[in-house]
Structure formats: C-alpha cells, structure tokens
Design a protein around this ligand. Structure first.
Ligand code: SF4
Ligand code: SF4
Length: 508
C-alpha cells in the first residue's frame, strides 16, 4: 500500500471545477468554412506515437487526399494532402508547444484546383469485417479529435481484442471556450450517429452511449432526434473535467476504472463525437482526415465562432479569416491552442493547425490567472477538486525536492494534467506545471535508462564478438600450425621411407 492509498483512494462527489464556460456566442454562430490557404504546413508528428515517414519528394505534385507521409510502427498515423498542389519543402515549423521548439513538416503549395485523388468508399460498412473497418480508419489517418490524437484504429482494434461491451461517446466538451463538438452535434447529428454505429460494429461493443453536458440543450435535442433506440443519448452535469475518460465512464455507466487501469479493463472504449464523424467519412466515402472544425475564441478575438479549416493552415491565417484581433492585438495576454485548461500556450501565431487542434484562443489579461504564487496554506481545495482522487499538494512538495518516486506513490502517473488543482488553489501555486515537468523528467529518465541499457548491451555484444573473433583466429592459427606440422611429419616420413628403400636396394 502506497502513501496514496493511505490518504486518498478515489475522488469524492465534488470533484472537478465549475469555471465560466465562455462558450456563447461562439457556439450559436453558424460554421464558417475557410478557403484553402496558399501554403499548408504539415508536421509529421500530429498524433500520439511514432512520427509519420515522408513518402513524397520536393517538387512532386499531389492530389487532395494522397498520402504525404506513411505511418510507422504500431502506434502512428499517416498524413494526407489537404489540397492538391506541389510539395515545396520538407522543413521545420514551430510546434504547438510553449517552448517554441520546431518539428519536421511537409510544406505544400496549393494549386487552387483542390482536386481529389480517387477515393474508395463503402456503401454498406456493416457488411465489412471489423478488422477491415480498422484498416480503412488507419489508412485515413483518423485520430482522436478531442485533443488526445491517439490513432483511432489502434483503439478500435484494442477494444475488439479486449472484448469491450460498451462504446462511450464523449460529447461533453467540458473545456471552457470550446464549442466545436457542440456545433458538430447540432449540425451533423445524423452523420455522427452513423459514425457511432460503424465504430460500435468495429469495436464489437453492444451498447453505444453518448454523454453530452447539460449546458448544450440544442446538441442534446439534435442527437436525440437523429439517434434511434440503439444509440443512447445521456445528458451529464456540466462540470470540468467531465470529458476525461474515467469520469465520463463513471457517470455514464457507474463503473469505476481502476487507478492504474484502462477503460478496456472494465469493458469500455471511449471516442469523441468528432472522431465518429471522421470514421464515417473514412469508411463510407474513403475520405482521409484533412480538415477539422475548431473554435476561435477569447476576449481578444474580434468575431468568435467555429471555423472549418484544412490541416496545416497557420493559426495566424485562421485568426485573420475569423475577423482578426480586437485593437490589432493590443491587450493580448496569451495565445492558446486547444482549451484554456489542457491546451498549449503558443509563442506566436505562426503555428499550424494539426489534427488535435480544437481551438485557438486569444486571451486578454483579465482571462489569464495571476501567476504570482504564495506558500501553501494547506486548505485542501486541490485535493477536493482532483477528479482522480490524488493529493496534489503532497505530489508537488515531493516534486520540488526531486523525490519523484514518492510523487509516484501519491499517484503522479494517474494525473491527467486537467489543471483543476491549480484552478482552485488560493495560493496560485502552478501545481499542474510541476506535474507536467515531473512526468517529462521521468520520461527523460526512462529514455536515458533505455539508452544506457542499449549501450551496455551493445558493449557486451561487441566484447563477445571480439572474444569470439580472437578465439576463432587462435583456433585457425592452431589448425594451420597442426596442418603444417602434420604435413612436415608426413614429408619426413616419406623421405625416411625413400631413404630406407634406397638402402635396401643397395644391399640387395
Ligand atoms: S492536474 Fe492532476 S493532480 Fe491536478 S487535479 Fe488534475 S488530475 Fe488531479
Ligand atoms: S489548494 Fe493550494 S494552498 Fe490549498 S492545499 Fe492545495 S496547494 Fe495548498
């Protein structure tokens, strides 16, 4: 039993937080479709897992939907051309990360035709073998569009192998400011329900249940009108982070996923509503994932709303298309890709939209928490807010002393970096930053350990090879010496025999 078990095992009923959702008026505005920009910047790493490997050359012409980079490894996803045009470079582009680090990316210049390659859809997906659906979803590069960007085919295949019974669809969209999933459910409910049925078939689940926060009455009504008796639409309380897998499963099914377990361990697989739509397009129409809906919002955004954008479009172009910034950006305190709780602060707007980009937020100073921290007053608010039943104050104090093993005992590996603890902390302690930092340190330590083990193994293999070669050389030398000696002895014996025979001839 670890420290965590002694103090706290599960979150209480009052887990999570209730921030102002800031979703309207953006959620109520009709979707705007952004034209294809002149250049698209497509990072090879847009998903969890191994980066994709380029299969095009600079100067090559491609059509919309053609593969630009193929998946490599068990967990990966291909990247497709979001429009027709010419590959002009394989270069570096700023990653959607506060560090401003760069990522390798394919740069595509649009030719203005926007001409599709040949697509192979399927009119009756339910006649397909579930494994074939998985292959089509993988080939289309579909990943979780709720932000995690985990390759969807891997999840569907894993669910089928684990024998899951329930497909949970996340329509929670609990992050403040974001409303792209809400908009999709209002506008594309029938297609989403079709995608849910395809995913249920592919995963082998019997039950499909959609959780939608009760602050989205229009989405609930639209989904209920589209769903038959076989897809359950369930309103869930609006509370952050309701969209976290473990919380949503518990609220929708009453089943608790063990602290160190996965949803499949309790017979459940979770996908997002946007992913259901992408799976439908991949299987019915053979369309790869080349665009997505995202929310532009924040007090500094001149005209907040939802915009359909080709992947690889620079955030600065999206912001400009969506009306630009109020007062030319004076008063802008923070740029965020994703939601304000779990999204990434970005250093500038020259960052491309990738598969997991659910929002672009232009936040004013009044919307950004004061970062000046004071000492912990042991109020326990962070413990009550944590949806995972962890002890954020204990974890952070261990991390400050670099006692990572003890932080793990308090549940560091179960932390989903939701930010609830930091949100409620009256001392403004940047708790979630400690946890993200510690997880990065642990991952780096794991990588170093693996590298050291690999280096040690190679050194041992080299030593074994040198010893084997020396042994073989010595054996060969001994063999040659023995052969030489045997030949000399044979020669001497033959000569002696000849001498004897001569002598015998003379005496006769
Ligand atoms: S960031 Fe981690 S520790 Fe903090 S509330 Fe969320 S899950 Fe709990
Ligand atoms: S909420 Fe902040 S001040 Fe309160 S116990 Fe947690 S870390 Fe300490």
């Amino acid at each position: 039993m670890g420290f965590r078990d002694l103090f706290s095992r599960f979150a209480g009923d009052d887990w999570g937080v209730h921030p102002d959702d800031h979703k309207r008026p953006a959620a109520d505005r009709a979707v705007r479709v952004m034209p294809v920009p002149e250049r698209l910047y497509l990072p090879l790493q847009q998903h969890l897992g191994a980066p994709a490997r380029p299969v095009v050359l600079v100067g090559q012409r491609v059509r919309k939907g053609e593969v630009l980079a193929e998946a490599q490894g068990m967990v990966s996803a291909p990247i497709h051309a979001p429009t027709s045009g010419t590959v002009v470079a394989v270069s570096e582009i700023t990653a959607p990360h506060p560090s401003g680090l760069t990522l390798p990316a394919i740069i595509l210049e649009a030719d203005g035709d926007d001409a599709w390659c040949e697509l192979a859809g399927c009119a009756d997906p339910f006649a397909l073998d579930p494994a074939e659906i998985g292959r089509r979803v993988a080939a289309a590069g579909v990943v979780g569009l709720g932000g995690a960007a985990f390759p969807s085919a891997v999840k569907l295949g894993g669910a089928a192998r684990a024998g899951v019974t329930t497909l949970v669809i996340n329509g929670g969209e609990c992050e403040p400011y974001l409303s792209c999933d809400d908009r999709l459910m209002r506008d594309r409910a029938a297609d989403i329900v079709d995608g849910i049925r395809i995913m249920r078939h592919a995963s082998g689940a019997r039950v499909a249940r959609v959780g939608i926060e009760d602050n989205k009455p229009e989405a609930i009504a639209a989904m209920r009108a589209a769903a038959g008796d076989d897809v359950e639409i369930r309103p869930v309380p609006a509370r952050y982070p309701m969209g976290s897998e473990k919380q949503l499963i518990q609220v929708l099914t009453g089943i608790e996923v063990p602290a160190d377990g996965r949803p499949a361990d309790v017979g459940v697989v979770v996908h997002n509503v946007g992913t259901a739509l992408a799976v439908r397009a991949a299987v019915r129409e053979g369309r790869p994932l080349i665009s997505r809906l995202l929310t532009v919002n924040g007090q500094c955004a001149a005209d907040p709303g939802n915009v359909e954008v080709r992947l690889g479009t620079l955030a600065e172009a999206v912001i400009a298309f969506a009306g630009g910034l109020k007062g030319d950006g004076l008063g802008l305190a923070r740029r965020v890709m994703g939601g304000p709780m779990m999204g990434m602060q970005i250093p500038h707007w020259r960052v491309p939209v990738v598969k997991g980009t659910s929002g672009l937020l232009a936040l004013a100073g009044t919307e950004v928490a004061d970062q000046e921290a004071s000492p912990c007053i042991r109020c326990g608010s962070c413990v009550r807010a944590c949806p995972m039943g962890l002890l954020p104050l204990e974890m952070s104090s261990r991390i400050r002393n670099a006692a990572y093993a003890e932080a793990i005992d308090f549940g560091l590996k179960d932390c989903i970096a939701c930010g609830c603890c930091a949100y409620v902390c009256p001392s403004r302690i940047p708790l979630v930053q400690y946890f993200v930092h510690a997880k990065g340190e642990l991952a780096a330590q794991d990588r170093t350990k693996l590298r050291n083990e690999a280096t040690k193994k190679l050194a041992v293999q080299r030593q074994e090879r040198l010893e084997r070669e020396a042994r073989e050389k010595a054996e060969a030398a001994a063999r040659r010496k023995a052969e030489r000696e045997a030949a000399a002895a044979a020669k001497a014996a033959a000569e002696a025999a000849a001498v004897n025979s001569e002598k015998q001839g003379e005496s006769a």
